[in-house]
Write a protein that binds this ligand. Structure first.
Ligand code: NCD
Length: 300
């Protein structure tokens, strides 16, 4: 990759994406074989919001490459609690680490951080904005399961606040994909994302019901309703539980439909699907390690 930071999926060309995915395949084939690759690497993890997968898979990736991590810890236990600004926090941390992985509740936080430091910043989620490293592992998983060209994908759930959706939708414009967005009216894609997709000439449709499109899909990408982003709990309650995928829902799906989810799930996918051929979400999460190894490798 030619870039110093990974802030949004928009900055990634098809060639950038393919280079990372190809490298990730090499790492996935033998993850233990690269311990000597970046022994100097110290990666800073700065998570101002909860995380399990993103944080742990970046940590695992750094260690698999022979490096190590320094962790800011929870906001509660850091100087952020004393009123320190994000700019000051990252300026201090760049003196400790070779790259910064940042998750923050405010949209644009990673962009702002990148303006204050010289080490690479990876946006690991900025509010309802973007989550480009998740997109790379999503694309890796799609490529493995269905291929990235001539793809028919349904993206379901919280398209308004779901940052994984925004990044994935942008990245898919680089491939020959038909994107079907399925959501309640109040959780449709933000206008800015729709505008960008239009500008990129993306092949997109919007639906309220999954039934219309399900039989044609190669991949169904399910998302959690992002409760923590709703300004009004009442609005959340109106849409909570609106979509729930179970064996009955899938009666009209293709046998080779892959169901993906960035996780965590709440009630969007019934556990009865976990042992079916459709369930791709756990291997998707596991793919986070080789993909983030490849990403770190390209940024360093
Ligand atoms: C996602 C996120 O944080 O945006 N989680 C993740 O990184 N895998 C999705 C979510 O929280 O719903």
């Amino acid at each position: 990759m030619r870039h110093d930071h990974l802030l949004t999926a928009k900055q990634l060309s098809r060639a950038d994406i393919e280079a990372v995915l190809d490298r990730a395949s090499e790492f996935a084939a033998d993850p233990a074989a690269f311990r000597e690759r970046h022994p100097e690497l110290l990666l800073a993890l700065c998570f101002f919001e909860p995380s399990t997968r993103t944080k742990m898979s970046f940590e695992t990736a750094a260690k698999r490459l022979g490096g190590d991590i320094v962790d800011m810890g929870s906001v509660e236990s850091s100087s952020v609690k004393k009123g320190e600004s994000l700019a000051d926090t990252v300026r201090v941390i760049e003196g400790y680490a070779d790259a910064i992985v940042l998750r923050h509740p405010k949209q644009g936080a990673a962009q702002l951080a990148s303006e204050y430091v010289d080490v690479p910043v990876v946006n690991a989620g900025d509010g309802a904005g973007h989550h480009p490293s998740q997109t790379l592992l999503d694309l890796y998983t799609i490529r493995e399961k269905a291929g990235l060209d001539d793809l028919s994908i349904g993206i379901l759930g919280d398209l308004k606040y779901g940052r994984t959706v925004h990044s994935l939708a942008h990245a898919l414009t680089k491939f020959d994909a038909r994107q079907h967005f399925i959501s309640p009216e109040s959780l449709k894609l933000p206008r800015s994302v729709r505008y960008d997709l239009h500008e990129a000439g993306a092949n997109v449709r919007e639906h309220e019901s999954l039934d219309d499109v399900l039989p044609n899909l190669d991949v169904l990408y399910v998302t959690r309703i992002q409760r923590e982003r709703f300004p009004d709990e009442e609005e959340y309650r109106k849409v909570a539980g609106k979509y729930s995928i179970d064996a009955e829902t899938l009666a009209r799906a293709r046998d080779d439909l892959s169901i993906m989810h960035p996780l965590p799930r709440v009630d969007e996918i019934a556990p009865e699907l976990d042992d079916t051929e459709h369930a791709t979400y756990f291997s998707q999460a596991h793919n986070g390690v080789p993909v983030r190894m490849a990403l770190l490798d390209s940024l360093l």
